[in-house]
Design a protein. Structure first.
Ligand SMILES: [Zn+2]
Length: 672
């Protein structure tokens, strides 16, 4: 059967069209596999070598503006509220079982991630003891770890520090059951990531597979003493974070920038994460350079900047070093894990959209381009997957560098391409998992969007605004349909029916008003790309006002309909308590990007319990990254709860208040 692909030539965007012909998935894959050979842990000599490799390729391509910038990685320097990480180097590591049998468990030369990142030198033979998770004090009850090496499966940093505090010489990390169940030979990438406070406590840690762990466990269960020999030559030191920075300087508006970035870090063999994004970035630069040199496209009007960075830590450092120019950045696209093979990995490519706190044309532009490229035959690469693209468009979430740029401090529209990948941060993320077709499609869309924005003029800005408007239309009407579904599904027999209906109705109207503001902002951002005010964009904004009024009328009609059927009257406003409390306006007390609060900074025990119960993975926890983006000194607690309910899922204003109160007590925000 023939693959189900669209016919050639119906891709509309001219840059996407040209890149489909020029950009090579195979070349992107070659760069990717080469980068993966470096043990490129953040702020380490291996990272520096990888940075030199990237710089060399860019120079070969003919890019003239390429530099490696350096920022202190000494544990002491502050990038706003973020502490610099500590540099680390390793030359040798080996772990071997010596009793009751002789067996190599890991060698740095074979698999560098056998040694936990940030380990210090060691040369010891000692008994091992199985601790379980190892990240809580309770795990050590009744166990004497003094002078022994602790087998742990908990988070590497917390388990290592805990074990050492209890007297262990070092740690051996094995994967938790959920990872090990399907892949017994998989070794996890573990890093201790000490800050200055625990720098002196770090000893050494090794990572082994579940199969190796089970072998040790069998000996221990049968009452035998297990001894291991650990030898490493490695150390923490005060060094630097490297950032490779390359640019096509804009010919007309050089100060306005589009940033394409990816993190270059992670251990050797870590291929999709993120040698893939780094490799594609080089190939995008090569393809654009070739198109410009051959005269097929003009040199970009606005600057396109490429950054290869150490994830998060390097991004904050780079932003801090360039803070006076950050307001000139008009969009960023983050590539983090973009080569996953449809067969050897399987998961879809994900476009993580820019958050509602930074509305713009960026999401709709990328969604349309993805749609165009997904089934386009020219998107298929040499030696790559020969069928269409499996992808998802997802709402905003964190986990990578787009978060730093999207943060309220600078509010730059920022998206991420990534991939669902069960081999993330393991020895199984290797060359066999990379697909050149996927790399090509991501490269074409990313490069196409960058060129479209960089070259936007009056008419293409109107095109962007019009596309954004059609997307806005969809988002507003979808909000109404979701609100209606909620309203008609409240049980009329429930005791507080009228109140519940009232809350959904009143907050539903507020959500539609918020959606209206958001979409008007999204459409009007294209105005920044025009030289003069566009009456067409103004007309679109009026359309959004009209649409919102019509949607509010629909909501009102439905709500009154169900209320009268149930014989109740809908309350017309929120209770005084909600109204008064929610007028408070939170404001951060510090400069720069948000510094998330940690449980150990919360003094009140009740608060700490509540915070832990509402942290990562819980309904509220999933929204807090974006929630903090709305803390801008203008939005009230009520506004924030409405915005979050609109973007994520329904969140009570009192929950938002409680979350912010904890920040307030810790001195991170004040109410104005
Ligand atoms: Zn990553």
């Amino acid at each position: 059967m023939k693959p189900n692909l669209r016919k050639r030539g119906i891709v509309l965007n001219k840059y996407v069209n040209l890149l489909l012909d020029e950009l090579s998935g195979k070349i992107a894959k070659d760069y990717t596999l080469e980068i993966a050979t470096y043990h490129r842990v953040q702020a380490s000599p291996g990272f520096h070598e990888a940075a030199l490799y990237v710089q060399e390729q860019l120079k070969k391509i003919g890019l003239s503006k390429v530099v490696i910038e350096q920022f202190p990685a000494d544990g002491k320097t502050k990038y706003w509220t973020h502490d610099a990480i500590i540099s680390w180097k390793v030359t040798h590591a080996e772990i071997r079982m010596v009793e009751p049998e002789n067996l190599i468990l890991g060698r740095f030369n074979e698999l560098p991630m056998s040694l936990a990142t940030h380990s210090n030198s060691a040369d010891v033979t000692a008994e091992v003891i199985d601790i379980g998770d190892g990240s809580k004090d309770d795990d050590y009850l009744g166990k004497n770890v003094v002078g022994k090496i602790a087998l742990v499966s908990g988070g590497a940093r917390s388990a290592h520090i805990k074990a050492v505090e209890h007297g262990a010489l070092g740690t051996i990390h094995h994967p938790p059951w959920n990872r090990a169940a399907e892949y017994p030979d998989l070794v996890q990438y573990n890093g201790i990531w000490p800050d200055q406070k625990v720098r002196d406590k770090v000893t050494f840690g090794f990572s082994i597979s579940d199969r190796q762990y089970q072998r040790i466990k069998k000996h221990l269960d049968s009452g035998k003493v297990v001894k291991v020999y650990c030898n490493t030559d490695s150390k923490l030191y005060d060094g630097y974070l490297d950032v490779v920075n390359a640019e096509f300087t804009g010919t007309e508006k050089p100060e306005e920038e589009i940033i394409l970035q990816g993190h270059l870090c992670h251990p050797k063999t870590s291929t999709n994460d993120n040698a893939s994004g780094s490799g594609v970035l080089i190939e995008i630069a090569r393809a654009i350079k070739t198109l410009v040199d051959s005269g097929k496209i003009p040199a970009p009007k606005r600057t396109i900047r490429f950054l290869w960075i150490p994830e998060f830590n390097g991004t904050y450092a780079w932003m801090h070093g360039h803070q006076n120019n950050l307001n000139n950045i008009i969009a960023t696209i983050n590539l983090d894990m973009v080569g996953e093979h449809p067969v050897t990995v399987g998961g879809p490519l994900n476009l993580t959209c820019a958050p509602d706190s930074t509305p713009s044309y960026l999401n709709s532009l990328l969604i349309e381009m993805l749609k165009d490229v997904a089934d386009e035959p020219r998107g298929i690469s040499l030696e790559g997957w020969p069928y269409g693209l499996n992808y998802r468009v997802l709402g905003y979430s964190g986990g990578s560098d787009h978060v730093c740029f999207a943060d309220q401090a600078y509010g730059i529209p920022s998206v991420m391409f990534g991939n669902t990948d069960q081999f993330h941060h393991t020895s199984f993320d290797d060359a066999s998992r990379v697909d050149s077709t996927k790399l090509k499609r991501v490269g074409v869309v990313t490069g196409g969007a960058a060129l479209e924005i960089a070259n936007a003029n009056e008419s293409s800005a109107i095109e962007l605004a019009a596309r954004t408007y059609s997307y806005s239309h969809k988002r507003i009407t979808e909000t109404t349909s979701k609100l209606i579904a909620e309203i008609v599904n409240i049980d009329p027999k429930s005791e507080d029916y009228a109140t519940r209906l009232g809350i959904r109705y009143i907050r539903g109207l507020a959500m539609l008003d918020t959606a209206c503001k958001r979409e008007k902002k999204a459409v009007s951002v294209a105005q920044r790309l025009c030289d003069s005010a566009s009456s067409y964009i103004d007309a679109l904004l009026n359309q959004i006002n009209d649409l919102t009024s019509a949607q509010k009328t629909i909501l009102q009609t439905i709500s009154e309909g169900v209320a009268s059927k149930a014989g109740v009257t809908i309350p017309e406003k929120e209770t005084d308590m909600i109204v008064n409390t929610m007028k408070l306006i939170p404001k951060k007390t510090y400069e720069g990007p948000t510094r998330g609060i940690r449980a150990d900074e919360i003094l009140d025990e009740e608060d700490k319990k509540w915070f832990n119960a509402n942290s990562m993975g819980t309904p509220l926890g999933r929204t807090t990254l974006e929630l903090m983006n709305f803390v801008d000194g203008k939005n009230s607690v009520y506004d924030i709860s409405i915005a979050i309910s609109l973007e994520h899922h329904y969140i009570e204003p009192l929950e938002v208040k409680r979350y912010l109160d904890i920040h307030n007590k810790a001195g991170k925000i004040i109410y104005i």
